[in-house]
Every structure is written in C-alpha cells, then in structure tokens.
Design a protein around this ligand. Structure first.
Ligand code: DX5
Ligand code: ZN
Length: 219
C-alpha cells in the first residue's frame, strides 16, 4: 500500500547526547535530514522522564529542523501550549489517557501546528478512528513507550495495514509513522505497508554512516 508522501526519517533525540543536544541536532542536519523527533515523558504515563518546554526552546534556538514532538503525558492538554510556544512544529498526543482528545487536537491546529494521535502497541486501531480527519499524522508505537533500544513489535504490522487501508478508503492524507525498534529490517516491513515516516533513535545515532542509514531505510 503506497503513501502519497515521501518517506522520511525522524531521528529520536532520546538516543542522542543529552549533555550536548546541539551536537546531536547537528548530526541530524549533517545527514541531510529535516525532522527531529522529541520524546517528552512525564514519569507517570510512561515510567521515564525526559525534558520539558525549556529544553525544547533551547534546541529551537540552534536549529531549523522540523520539531516532531511526541507527548507521553497523562495530561497533554495542560502542556500543548507550552510546547508550541517553545517551537514545536507538530504535536502528537496519545489516545490512552483520559482527557479531552478532540479539543486538544483542535487547540493544536488553531495554534498553527500540525497534530496527530498516538497508539500504544496494544491499543486497537478503532481508538483513533474518531480523530482521523483531524490528524496530519498517525503514530503507531512499535514498542511499549518509555525507553529507547527495545525490540520492534511485529504484531503491530497488521495495525499499520488497517491505517493504510482507512487512509485510502476514507480519502484521507495523514502521514503514517512508526516509533520504536526501527532499524534496517523493520523499516522495510513498515514502508511496504504504507508507513512514510520512520522514527529511529538507537539505529540512527549508532549508525556508522547515518546518511547511508537514512538512504537505506527511506528508499
Ligand atoms: C520510545 C520513544 C521512541 C524511542 C525510539 O518511548 O517514543 O521515540 O526514542 O527509540 P529506538 O529507535 O531506540 O527504539
Ligand atoms: Zn517517540
């Protein structure tokens, strides 16, 4: 199933150098890429903590990369404005916690930012169906979120097919993104099914030649 979008790689800064985020951003730019994926964790929705709007703002001052901000928070509705103020270009929010999802998506859009919903590996596709028309992107987690370096969950491949089919049947144009355990092998399994946006942390930052890695996964 083809996507009408070009396939792109969004490296996750989670696997970068947190004592020198600037150099990690430069590494992404040097590989010729235009997106960076920023994982925001609250220590509650996921069992890990990363960074907040202040750090995003600091990064914003040193790069023009597209900021793809993935909020792993129990109450994303309380913080979307702060991340948009800090320089987010796109904000994705999970469907699992209890908060006004539709209102939050509308809020993000009203602020001139792209938006999307995220599903954990065990969350059924139907949970995102009410929001599809609003979304610029659908993010399917291919690991349980919280940590980089986990193994890709092949059982999510069938869910990718569902979203690729819905995109076609419903005449929608959202990007289809996967996040977690994306490497040379799993990337191909995803893109052949209609994924056009790949997040990779470990595989990108550990690659001997990040530019060649990008070429290989997006071909
Ligand atoms: C997982 C994060 C991912 C993570 C991916 O909770 O949402 O973005 O950084 O890392 P890798 O590519 O190492 O699985
Ligand atoms: Zn992520």
């Amino acid at each position: 199933m083809q996507s009408s979008h070009d396939t792109i790689l969004a490296p996750s800064i989670l696997a970068g150098d947190h004592a020198d985020l600037k150099s990690s951003l430069k590494k992404i730019e040097a590989a010729g890429l235009s997106w960076v994926h920023l994982d925001i964790m609250d220590g509650h929705f996921v069992p890990n903590l990363t960074f907040g709007p202040q750090t995003v703002k600091a990064m914003r001052s040193s790069t023009n990369l597209f900021f793809d901000v993935h909020l792993m928070l129990d109450n994303p509705d309380k913080l979307v404005d702060a991340f948009i103020d800090a320089g987010a270009d796109q904000v994705t929010i999970h469907v699992e916690p209890d908060y006004p999802i539709q209102e939050t998506l509308t809020r993000i859009k009203t602020r001139g930012c792209k938006c999307g919903v995220v599903l954990n590996p065990d969350t059924p596709a139907e949970a995102a169906k009410p929001y599809l028309a609003e979304c610029d992107i659908i993010l399917l987690m291919t690991v349980q979120p919280g940590f980089g370096g986990q193994c890709f969950r092949k059982d999510v491949l069938s869910k990718i097919e569902i979203f690729a089919n819905w995109r076609k049947e419903l005449g929608l144009n959202y990007r289809l993104q996967v996040d977690g355990g994306v490497d040379l092998n799993s990337a191909g399994d995803c893109t052949i099914r209609g994924v056009d946006t790949l997040v990779a942390g470990t595989a990108f930052f550990k690659a001997e030649d990040p530019q060649a890695f990008n070429t290989a996964v997006t071909k």
